[in-house]
Design a protein around this ligand. Sequence first.
Ligand SMILES: [Fe+2]
Length: 249
Amino acid sequence: MIFLQRIEPLSSTYTYLLGCEETGKAVLIDPVVNRVEHDLGELRGLNLELAYAIDTHIHADHITAALELKRLVGCRIAGPAMDRLPCVDVGLEEGRPLRVGSLCIDPMHTPGHTDSHFCYALADRVFTGDCLLIDGCGRTDFQNGDSRALYHSVTQKLFTLHDDVLVYPGHDYQNRRVSTIAQEKLRNPRLGQNRSLDSFVDLMAQLHLPYPKFIDHAVPGNRACGVCPPDLPEHLEAYCGQMTQSQQG
Ligand SMILES: [Fe+2]
């Protein structure tokens, strides 16, 4: 398998490129709209054809590149079926793997950060989106977030994977790139060391995080699979890169 992990620095989002060496087909997990040209350049350099752009959830902190990638290279857009987004070509459901050449991607419904959040397991690794982060987890105070659901998603789904499974998160704000299930069980300050459900719910209720600065633009844009809003304030324009002009034009 061909594998690349790339960071989008504005939102500290990790995008993952997975490629099948036999068929030359590839997928991008959580691509970001201001990195489209960069991602397509990497695919070209590796002689890979993008089959799917896949999102873990409807993001609130960046705009997905799915629609722009489809427009430019004709890939299909895949994402959680339960979101029922008209722009999604292939709705993903737990128990129904997505096969791309020799890659077999297992969707796992992991609600809590959002109610329709999915993680994707593939061979020896799992892409955990904003459910499980390295030494952390996604916030649960927006988008039908639910700290009880997140606790169950992590402890009853992700933590039942093999200890050596590699954990590739949707973000990291300290440039850490990968963890393992065993490491998160042991070290995660929010969910490790067999923390109890009640203690986790209390902890999440006391975080008092600031209102996400991009959410009011990102969520509607991502419900359309990645449309940059025309009314983006100047200080947020970098989140769309050159896409604001190209989508308007
Ligand atoms: Fe998120």
